[in-house]
Design a protein around this ligand. Structure first.
Ligand code: CP
Length: 306
């Protein structure tokens, strides 16, 4: 089957096709109500989730398919010591595609080696989250139009932030992009990723710990949560957790057509007062997650949409 483990598993052409389909599905979802009839999507979630798992389920149900799975490893036989490989070999016969979230980096890639059906990475540790990237791209496409010549700031936990790793890596493939990486020094993007992207795309990644350095220039502000679950000790987390708190005041000097995105969940990094600002698009973003996953599921299941 066709897996989605890393955002680069799709060519630019395939990405564009998926985005076009996502927009069509958003405009006329009823036209696709039967396209996954008879198909089953399996969810293997070894880590908590609200949006990713439930938007996948909603997508599959809207396509006329069915869903099964677990949302907590503690209620699966992983709790009895079953290996990931064995779990996948079994689930393989229960579903036509497997959607997996796991705290361990590389777990979905391993699963794909044992699966005969498509495996979709729904987030692996602090590594990658390719379907969040698809969601982010669809949001940009819908509310901004062409994805090109944008000044983008990523803000928060860039070290463990899998949504940032996947989106940054993907936006580098679009023309004319400029990036600001705003984080405490302790949470800068992994050095190997920075070096690889600079080498491959000949871009400069502007690293700073001050949002003020770029807030007036940017077109997209991608906020992220400082993730308690990725820290080894509580003390370090407490020290860094409120590094960035976006307020209405901080947006005063920003462009009128800025877009503020956040993969969610948020904790404290965007004040609720920002939600009413027309530039805040993170709830629309969560909605787009359903439509792009409809497009993705129909693509990996090989549904003929003609
Ligand atoms: N954006 C995202 O991955 O959210 P969940 O953790 O709720 O799935």
């Amino acid at each position: 089957g066709r897996h989605l483990i890393d955002p680069e598993d799709f060519t630019m052409e395939e990405l564009q096709t998926l985005l076009e389909l996502g927009l069509k599905m958003e405009a006329r979802p009823e036209e696709y109500a039967d396209c996954c009839k008879g198909k089953i999507m399996g969810t293997l979630f070894y880590e908590p989730s609200t949006r990713t798992r439930l938007s996948f389920e909603s997508a599959m149900l809207r396509l006329g398919g069915q869903v099964l799975g677990f949302s907590d490893a503690a209620v699966s036989s992983a709790a009895k010591g079953e290996s990931l490989a064995d779990t996948v070999r079994v689930m393989d016969d229960y579903a036509h595609a497997l959607v997996m979230r796991h705290p361990r980096e590389g777990a979905p890639k391993l699963a794909a080696q044992y699966a005969t059906v498509p495996v979709i990475n729904a987030g692996d540790g602090g590594h990658q989250h390719p379907t969040q990237t698809l969601t982010d791209l669809l949001t940009l496409q819908k509310y901004r139009g062409a994805i090109e010549n944008l000044q983008v700031a990523f803000c928060g936990d860039l070290l463990f932030g899998r949504t940032v790793h996947s989106l940054l890596k993907t936006l580098c493939r679009f023309p004319g992009m400029t990036f600001y990486l705003v984080s405490p020094t302790e949470l800068r993007i992994p050095g190997h990723l920075r070096d690889e992207l600079q080498h491959r795309y000949h871009i400069t990644l502007h690293e700073t710990s001050r949002l003020e350095d770029c807030i007036e220039d940017i077109d997209l502000l991608y906020m992220t949560r400082i993730q308690k679950e990725r820290f080894f000790n509580e003390e370090e987390y407490v020290k860094l957790k409120d590094s960035f708190i976006l307020t209405r005041d901080k947006l005063k000097t920003a462009k009128e057509d800025l877009m503020v995105l956040h993969p969610l969940p948020r904790v404290n990094e965007i004040q609720y007062e920002v939600d009413d600002d027309p530039r805040a698009r993170y709830f629309e973003q969560a909605t787009m997650g359903v439509y792009i996953r409809m497009a993705l599921l129909s693509a990996v299941m090989g549904v003929n949409l003609a």
